[in-house]
Design a protein around this ligand. Structure first.
Ligand code: GTP
Ligand code: MG
Length: 310
């Protein structure tokens, strides 16, 4: 019998959606990866890395009660400057529209509510599900108590049901956060087979890994002006898989930076991205990168659709 069938499951099985929301760079993707115990969503030290809703599934049929949580990592909330941002913010709204529980992440090392954090709080104001405030990065505070004034500041804006200090980076407090989430998840059957951890195609993750490598290796505006599209993904018998990606930038000057002198920068990028892709797929690949310019693509609906936004 199909192990995913609700008939084979204990009656008290829980299932539901959990949105991870907040300002850029607060650690939402790091927390998703921590919960799943694997690297699913890309992370960088710079804000606005995530551009789509990234779905990650955590199933535990041995737990009491058994559960399946569907986490939705979201782009950090910003005031839109480009049409790309409009699409990103729609993904945040869509995640909140689906969620039973919203975990609002705040950076515990940031003593004020920033503009972006205020915009993120605004998004939660119409949310009808359960809300938990997770003060992240407490590992970076001299003492965890330093986050206490921030708790009051946030609570003045929204009545969170719970507040927890966590470190998505080292895992401190994240088990407790998981328990608080589970308490708020309704009984229901699993939506996905127990072994499934996401629903995006491999192509999506491959493009994201290339984008992450660009965040790692290039400065200033380059990563923000870049989109990555998988053009070919070919599984081959007795040969490495063949993956070809277009890297789209907005200006020829950025193309020059990505390619570098004699192609040296692109070579370094290719090596780094290939390692990441091979680790993710668990098999060797041959990666080919091609850089092209599409001026102002972040404001053009046709390009945005072509690159997977909206
Ligand atoms: N010290 C510390 N750093 C953290 C923690 N969690 C995340 N970070 C770092 O914060 C930076 C941003 O992490 P991300 O997970 O990409 O943040 P995000 O909220 O997904 O960011 P966007 O996708 O840009 O909105 C990275 O450099 C992480 O390593 C933490 O608990 N402690
Ligand atoms: Mg992110």
């Amino acid at each position: 019998m199909d192990s995913g069938s609700p008939l084979t499951l204990p009656q008290n099985h829980k299932s539901g959606y959990v949105a991870l929301v907040g300002a850029p760079n607060v650690g939402k993707s790091t927390l998703l990866n921590r919960f799943l115990g694997t690297k699913l969503s890309i992370v960088s030290a710079r804000p606005s890395t995530t551009r789509n809703r990234v779905l990650g599934i955590l199933s535990d049929h041995e737990a009491t009660p058994p559960y399946q949580l569907i986490f939705l990592d979201t782009p950090g909330v910003v005031r839109p400057k480009y049409r790309l941002h409009d699409h990103m913010m729609r993904d945040v709204d869509r995640a909140l529209g689906d969620a039973d529980v919203a975990v609002f992440l705040a950076d515990a090392t940031e003593p004020r509510i920033t503009h972006d954090a205020a915009s993120a709080l605004e998004k939660l104001s119409g949310f009808r599900g359960h809300t938990i405030l997770a003060l992240n990065k407490v590992d970076a505070l001299p003492t965890p108590d330093e986050a206490l004034p921030l708790v009051e500041t946030y609570r003045q804006h929204l009545e969170f049901e719970e507040v927890v200090p966590i470190s998505a980076l080292n895992g401190k407090g994240t088990d407790g956060l998981l328990d608080l989430i589970l308490e708020r998840i309704p009984e229901g059957p699993p939506y996905y087979p127990p072994e499934q951890i996401s629903e995006h195609p491999e192509r999506f993750f491959v493009a994201e890994i290339v984008r992450e490598a660009i965040f790692d290796l290039f400065r200033d505006e380059v990563p923000y002006s870049t989109s990555v599209v998988v053009i070919t993904f070919e599984e081959r018998q007795n040969q490495k898989d063949f993956v070809a990606c277009d890297i789209v930038v907005e200006r020829d000057s950025q193309k020059g930076i990505l390619i570098g002198k004699g192609g040296s920068a692109l070579k370094r990028l290719g090596q780094r991205a290939r390692r990441g892709i091979e680790e993710f797929l668990g098999r060797p690949v041959y990666l080919q990168l091609h850089v092209k310019t599409r001026s102002d693509w972040r404001n053009k609906e046709g390009h945005l659709r072509e690159y997977g936004y909206g």
